[in-house]
Design a protein around this ligand. Structure first.
Ligand code: GLN
Length: 344
């Protein structure tokens, strides 16, 4: 009779300990924030790589001559979780130019520097164009002219909104912001910069057209040059996934823990990515995948799953809209396998 209370207490204690251990594990960020088992993430990435390894649809961008020289068969995937776990497959460490994947990050910098979400609404625009990324027609058709920061017109307008005394300062602010997002130093791939700078008459025309309409806020030649340099920043699939994971993690880099972007600006950037990240294919991407993402003609794409992770892919062959065919397919596969789509 005397021993019973003691046994009950021990049994209760054991149960409590088990519950405690369970609670500890289930609330650890890796488990609490991911609805999927972390082990499966690397496996799904390998599956996606194997599944599309022989996919040769599309062609390298060649309107920037240097991009035509990038080996077309390169194919890399990377996934980074908000608690800093990194998974890769294939050529995830090959250095390629960020191109338009830089656009949401510069838009983020503008929001942060002006400390005002209305700055992009008033000075650039936030509506999708339904037209190609380099459309001059879009500037003529839309009242906001520059239309949104993820097409070339709006991206140059966004560059011109980064407060700076000189083009050097403007570019270094943009580069530093990209580096903080990535949590590492980045360098410009000079050959691609020179190649685009020698052939970007279309973007020059757009920059001057914006000047005519009073919708570019620095010297158009300066904005054009800084924009061209920004597009030539070298990244890898691993780096893009880390930059995306910083957005997924409320603006905090998962490794450096730096609050790079104020959390309140993150939803604005992701909204732009969802509605305009794939230019005139943005609706189709949202319909099929349902994730904010951004593509670039260098062959990179990064998709963000808020609060969970980011997945990036690199493959140089593009479709007619300028989006990497294999990168799109691989990310769509990963998203479906893991049930990542926001509207599911
Ligand atoms: N630098 C490229 C351009 O301005 C970026 C385009 C893109 O990646 N879609 O044409």
């Amino acid at each position: 009779m005397k021993a019973t209370p003691c046994f009950i207490t021990l049994a209760v204690l054991r149960k409590m300990a088990l519950v405690l251990v369970f609670l500890l594990f289930s609330t650890h960020p890796a488990w609490a924030r991911l609805s999927v088992d972390a082990d499966i993430l690397g496996q799904v990435l390998q599956e996606a790589h194997a599944l599309f390894a022989d996919d040769t649809e599309g062609a390298n961008a060649d309107y920037i001559p240097e991009l035509a020289r990038v080996p077309s068969e390169l194919f890399g995937l990377a996934l980074v979780t908000v608690d800093g776990q990194v998974f890769i497959a294939g050529d995830a460490d090959y250095d390629f130019t960020i191109q338009s994947v830089s656009k949401p990050f510069t838009a983020a910098l503008v929001l942060q520097e002006h400390d005002d979400p209305e700055i992009l609404v008033e000075k650039v625009g936030v509506e999708p164009t339904g037209l190609p990324f380099n459309s001059v027609l879009a500037v003529e058709l839309h009242a906001s002219r520059s239309v949104n920061p993820l097409v070339n017109a709006g991206a140059m307008a966004a560059v011109s909104l980064v407060p700076a005394e000189s083009d050097m300062e403007r570019f270094s602010k943009i580069k530093q912001f990209h580096e903080a997002m990535a949590g590492q130093e980045l360098s410009v791939i000079e050959e691609v910069y020179r190649s685009e700078a020698a052939t970007n008459q279309g973007n020059r025309a757009i920059a001057h057209l914006l000047k005519k309409y009073g919708r570019i806020y620095a010297d158009p030649e300066e904005a054009l040059d800084v924009y061209t340099r920004q597009c030539a920043i070298g990244v890898t699939a691993r780096v893009l996934a880390m930059m995306g994971a910083t957005l997924a993690n409320g603006g905090v880099n998962p490794i450096s823990k730096e609050q790079v972007l104020e959390a309140r600006h993150v939803p604005k950037v992701l909204a732009l990515m969802l509605t305009a990240g794939f230019y005139d294919e943005s609706g189709r991407w949202a319909y099929d995948v349902g994730l904010p993402a951004k593509t670039g003609v260098g062959g990179g794409i990064v998709a963000v799953v808020p609060g969970k992770l980011a997945v990036a892919a690199f493959s140089p062959r593009l479709n007619q809209a300028g989006n990497s065919v294999r990168a799109m397919r691989a990310i769509e596969y990963v998203s479906q396998r893991l049930g990542l789509g926001l509207f599911q």
